[in-house]
Design a binder for this molecule. Structure first.
Ligand code: ATP
Length: 651
């Protein structure tokens, strides 16, 4: 491993790099994918003593990158994860007092800012994969600039504040495909450094004509590789979960028809909603004689090294989160399939040349590549700003005044303000309320955080945490079994609560807990399988719930407070959070949004789908042939009227 480290392109310029970082407060580092930036730079800083006694944070846009990089760098340092090298991602952390290098998601570091606005535990923050321009990265970058003004000012200018006692903070911005000039301008002309060369070549092929059916084209390309090319695993980039599941089924079907002498394949899906344990499967080597075929979204596009990958098939498509603002001041996030950018294409190809020469098959023409945009529009210009706005208000900052690299949209700001006002997090002068501060303490989306905070008033924190934990898990609770639809529906009926989906979830959690108390792990699994429940979702939810209970304890909210058999208070709490997602029954059987112009139908997956409740709340809207509300409960009109901002007496 040490020889491998020394052979990385970045190792050649190590001394010059360390010197430049030592001399500059901000450094911008651009180097080919696989040149060694993410794994090596933090170790160089540690070994050279630049970090002093402080910690080195390395941010990643995605959880899987943060955890897998920590594992790799811990191995290179010959320590266990959580000691010298650790990580911190939402709902999971491995670090200790010994930790000096910490791989974190950008969102986690933003969260740390709330409790420690000067990031006093860190002496270096490395913003990695900065080209992705996630909302959290942008929030972080603007705050890092602010922190540096305080911590790095000459000592006579620092005054006597908290910053005076702290060492200067170093910031390093890194990526393979970065608009380096833009970052440099933002950081007042920061120095840009380039790492030359790549370790292994990747040969790129384009198709002669466009491939509208990219899933089919990916399958044909895969079989060609499998039958004609030497051993080596294959990584296929697809836009989303449905395409991944579709291709997985087709591959299995073909495999069954292959002649016996054809080597076998193992197919591993990889998308964000897959539980972490299952995601980790992609890093396991295939059994001897097998070829591994990973079907991934852009979650596997940056930072990670998947051992064994020699071939990449790139469909050229991705899903992008986009916020659709409405004139009414409300809006919603939606996922749209679109062409990738040149920057993504380079990152995807880069996954093939990590351990040796690789090949990247692009299922689009060279002209289509030339026509792609250089990089994606920053998230701050296209995503909901509610959660960020709340965090900024906690830091006494306002979205409109903050020095961002790109300014957010006025409409999106308006919608975020309106949501936070309706949740009671801001008052009508935009001041942060006590409620808002309490909400920000929970690592949850503001509507769910609002429900948890409300549970203090209604004495049902135990139950609300159970429901919120399942809603925050990364995978779905119920399996949609197409083969055994009837049996699945029968099983689900047992848990059904007449008020709808939220209390149905509560019934499931209660039943699962009884089983968990009586059975070993294998028994729980078997029980879940029989009930068509996703055990991974429940196990993850229990973990999340325990962490939320800890936050409650810190905030002196009694998480043991229970409403017992009368669960209506749980719905009252959910109404406080989902007030913007309320709709009233119309004479024609459809629902009209309380605070929006849309006509909404109840999603077919809901237990209320064939009922006619006068008032409903829902978790989210889904757009297919209609606008559907998913995760629906029937509530009383009075619960909505009691929401303080809607109730003049209570306002
Ligand atoms: N988990 C791992 N297993 C095996 N080799 C690894 C692993 N992680 C990193 N490597 C090796 O270290 C090299 C450098 O990885 P590193 O992530 O530091 O590169 P990078 O320059 O940050 O690339 P990128 O821009 O793609 O994130 C890889 O190309 C690979 O050879």
């Amino acid at each position: 491993m040490q020889a491998q480290r020394a052979a990385l392109p970045i190792a050649t310029g190590k001394d010059a790099l360390i010197e430049a970082i030592r001399e500059n407060d901000v450094s911008i580092l651009v180097g080919e994918t696989g040149s060694g930036k993410t794994t090596q730079v933090p170790q160089y800083l540690l070994e050279s003593g630049i970090a002093g006694k402080g910690m080195i944070a390395v941010t990643q846009p995605r959880k899987v990158a943060a955890t897998s990089l920590a594992a790799r760098v811990a191995a290179e340092q010959n320590v266990s994860v959580g000691s010298l090298v650790g990580y911190s991602v939402r709902f999971d952390e491995a670090s200790s007092d010994e930790t000096r290098i910490k791989y974190v998601t950008d969102g986690m570091l933003v969260r740390e800012l709330l409790g420690d606005p000067l990031l006093s535990r860190y002496s270096v923050v490395i913003v990695d994969e900065a080209h992705e321009r996630t909302l959290r990265t942008d929030l972080l970058v603007t705050n890092l600039k602010k922190i540096q003004r305080k911590r790095n000012a000459p000592s006579d200018a620092k005054g006597k504040g908290a910053a005076a006692k702290l060492n200067p903070l170093k910031v390093i911005v890194m990526s393979a495909t970065l608009d380096a000039e833009k970052f440099s301008r933002f950081f007042d002309g920061a120095q840009i450094m380039y790492v030359k060369g790549r370790q292994h070549p990747v040969k790129i092929y384009h198709t002669a004509v466009g491939q509208p059916d990219y899933v089919d084209a990916a399958m044909r390309t895969f079989w060609q590789i499998h039958t004609d090319q030497p051993p080596g695993d294959v990584l296929i980039f697809l836009p989303g979960q449905e395409d991944i599941e579709g291709l997985e089924r087709s591959l299995q079907l073909y495999m069954d028809r292959l002649p016996k002498e054809t080597p076998s394949i193992v197919v591993c899906p990889m998308y964000a909603a897959l539980p972490p344990g299952q995601q980790a499967a992609i890093f396991k080597p295939a059994p001897p004689g097998f070829r591994k075929c990973i079907l991934a979204t852009n979650i596997a596009e940056t930072s990670i090294t998947i051992p064994g990958i020699k071939y990449v098939i790139d469909t050229g498509k991705c899903k992008e989160k986009r916020y659709i603002a409405r004139d009414t001041g409300t809006g919603f996030d939606t996922l749209l399939t679109r062409d990738i950018t040149k920057s993504s294409a380079a990152q995807r190809a880069g996954r093939a040349g990590r351990e040796g020469p690789g090949h990247c098959f692009r299922l689009y023409t060279e002209e289509a590549f030339d026509a792609m945009e250089a990089s994606a529009e920053p998230e701050i210009r296209r995503c909901s700003l509610t959660s960020s706005m709340l965090q900024l208000r906690c830091l006494n900052q306002d979205l409109e005044d903050v020095d961002f690299m790109d300014k957010p949209d006025r409409e999106a700001i308006g919608a975020a303000l309106k949501t936070l006002y309706l949740l009671g997090a801001l008052d009508n002068k935009r001041n942060l309320t006590k409620l808002g501060r309490d909400m920000a303490a929970f690592p949850l989306e503001p509507p769910l955080a609002r429900a948890v905070v409300a549970s203090r008033e209604f004495g049902c924190t135990l139950e609300v945490l159970d429901v919120v934990a399942v809603l925050s898990a990364s995978s779905k609770l119920f399996f949609d079994s197409t083969d055994e639809r009837e049996a699945a529906a029968d099983a689900r009926r047992k848990f059904r609560h007449r008020s709808g989906d939220h209390l149905t979830v509560l019934n499931v959690v209660r039943a699962y807990q009884e089983i968990a108390a009586a059975e070993k792990k294998s028994g729980r699994k078997e029980w879940c399988r029989k009930q068509f429940l996703n055990e991974r979702c429940l196990a993850e939810a229990m973990d999340i719930r325990n962490q939320l209970r800890e936050v409650c304890e810190r905030m002196q909210i009694d998480w043991k407070a229970s409403c017992g058999e009368d669960e209506q208070p749980v719905l009252k709490c959910l109404v406080r959070g989902l007030v913007q997602h309320a709709a009233y029954l119309q004479p024609d059987g459809s629902y009209k949004q309380l605070m929006g112009p849309s006509i909404v139908k109840i999603h077919p997956s809901s237990s209320l789908c064939d009922k006619k409740a006068p008032v409903i709340i829902y978790d989210e809207l889904v757009y297919t042939t209609h606008i559907y509300g998913r995760g629906v409960s029937a509530v009383l009109r009075s619960y909505i009227a009691d929401v303080p901002v809607l109730n003049v007496k209570g306002a």
